[in-house]
Design a binder for this molecule. Structure first.
Ligand SMILES: Cc1cc2nc3c(=O)[nH]c(=O)nc-3n(C[C@H](O)[C@H](O)[C@H](O)COP(=O)(O)OP(=O)(O)OC[C@H]3O[C@@H](n4cnc5c(N)ncnc54)[C@H](O)[C@@H]3O)c2cc1C
Length: 451
């Protein structure tokens, strides 16, 4: 088994920035992107809209677009990607071992950039209503038809909660912000925006007890702190924005971790309690937790790893063939199909015109992916689906429906969140998936239908 110079776990700003520096230092790093265990590939910024404080983008940039650019930069300089979760690590031996679902990797140095994941409340009915009115991502699910012109709620009092409340006023008729304390913990500008918005009602010092409904959320049960009276708020959607927990389960017992679950490093430095293991980004940052601080610490971790490898004579440098690598690839803009440009044999098209035509006229399997603007998980899933479709060479055709542009189609199809994928054979719905899944899962189902 060949030994990697450097493995990076995590594909948020910290992981990809570490990869850019390590790849430019000819270390040819292997980056394990993660898949579902600790968030989605690309990390937390994939779940937000405008990032307005990342330097270099004076007019702001959408979170998923920013992550696409940082990823493209890491790939351009020769980073190798493995699109799975790290499932186990052994840090008490050298080289370190990292187990994934597809293979076990050994590496001289390791950068942990596993970030943090959204917390849940653990309400009694949470499981029942998860994806049936409860969501942890307003940006992903806010545009779904069930939430349109309905009263909605956000629970939380920080920047994310405020941003989500404002965002949801675009779709819902009114937004209730459920806040445990008597003040918002968001930035001043965000607080001002929420408090000035007439479509948002703030419920101060309020505890969310449970959710009620038949098959979909219909009301919240809440209680004011210090009172026994339970009250109801009628809503059709509940969005969680109650903070994050660092993704350190994998490293417990192997590295020093503080009482809040963050990896311990010396102040301002990336070295952990194990020689050759470095930490970057939110996973080791209880205080700042920003895109730019994560990227900065990713840079430090890569430089520290490079120095550590060369001090210990462990790096085998891989000279790039082209000193100046090719320009990074830009994602193609997909034009919505119409009578004029529809192609019956095209493997990937967009919009309801193409859907209707293929549904009635194509003998192939038809895979429909429902997406919404700025939905980070949709960004992750689409290239995976396109790859499956290309690998299956013309036996299945893909169609993308933007539920924001075509909400009637989404309603007819019973879509209640994005991404949702439906697979049709001879006009019959054969399978449906919600959220991000591994490519192999789609491929297996399609192949079984083709037999
Ligand atoms: C809604 C929202 C809005 C935000 N807005 C802003 C903003 O406007 N500006 C700003 O600067 N910051 C913002 N932040 C904060 C910012 O997103 C984080 O500080 C930053 O993403 C942290 O980067 P990171 O690389 O440390 O971790 P993350 O972005 O959390 O990435 C962690 C990565 O690790 C991967 N991972 C986890 N476990 C494993 C595993 N076992 N195996 C492999 N991979 C794994 C995940 O899949 C993910 O790719 C926002 C955060 C949220 C949630």
């Amino acid at each position: 088994m060949s030994i990697e110079n450097l493995v990076i776990i995590g594909s948020g700003p910290a992981g990809y920035t570490a990869a850019i520096y390590a790849a430019r230092a000819n270390l040819q790093p292997l980056l394990i992107t993660g898949f579902e265990r600790g968030g989605i590939p690309g990390g937390q910024l994939m779940t937000t809209t405008f990032v307005e404080n990342y330097p270099g983008f004076p007019d702001g940039i959408m979170g998923p677009d920013l992550m696409d650019l940082i990823k493209a930069q890491a790939l351009r300089w020769g980073t190798n990607l493995l699109e799975v979760d790290a499932e186990q690590v052994e840090l008490n031996q050298s080289p370190f071992r990292i187990k994934t679902s597809v293979k076990t990797i050994t590496s001289h140095a390791l950068i942990i950039a596993t970030g943090a994941k959204a917390n849940k409340l653990g309400l009694p009915s949470e499981k029942k209503f998860w994806s049936n009115g409860i969501s942890a991502c307003a940006i992903c699910d806010g545009a779904t038809p069930q939430f349109r012109n309905e009263d909605l709620a956000v629970v939380g009092g920080g920047d994310s909660a405020c941003e989500e409340a404002v965002y949801l006023t675009k779709y819902g008729s009114h937004v209730h912000l459920i806040v445990r304390s008597d003040h918002l913990k968001a930035s001043k500008s965000m607080c001002d925006r929420v408090e000035a918005n007439k479509s948002i009602t703030i419920h101060w010092q309020t505890e969310l007890i449970d959710v009620e409904g038949e098959s979909w959320v219909q009301k919240l049960k809440v209680k004011k702190f210090g009172s026994d009276n339970k009250e109801s708020i009628n809503v059709k959607g509940l969005f969680y924005a109650i903070g994050h927990t660092p993704n350190t389960d994998l490293f417990k017992g192997q590295l020093s971790i503080n009482s809040h679950g963050y990896i311990k490093t010396d102040a301002g430095r990336p070295e952990t309690s194990v020689n050759g293991v470095f930490a970057a980004g939110d996973v080791a940052d209880q205080e700042w937790r920003q895109g730019i601080t994560a990227a900065g610490s990713g840079c430090k971790a890569a430089l520290a790893a490079e120095r550590w490898l060369s001090r210990n004579n462990l790096s085998s440098l891989i000279q790039r063939k082209n000193l100046e690598p090719k320009k990074a690839q830009k994602p193609d803009e997909l034009v919505t199909s119409s009578k004029e440009n529809f192609q019956i044999d095209s493997l990937w098209q967009k919009g309801s015109y193409a859907l209707r035509k293929l549904y009635h006229e194509s003998s192939n399997l038809i895979l429909v992916v429902y997406t919404s603007p700025n939905c980070g998980p949709c960004h992750i899933l689409k290239p995976q689906l396109k790859r499956v479709i290309q690998e299956l060479k013309g036996s299945v055709q893909g169609i993308e429906i933007d539920i924001d542009e075509e909400h009637d189609i989404a309603k007819q199809a019973g879509v209640n969140g994005t991404p949702t994928v439906q697979l049709f054979q001879k006009k019959e719905l054969k399978a449906q998936w919600k959220g991000v899944r591994q490519r192999s899962e789609f491929k297996k189902e399609i192949i079984s239908l083709l037999k």
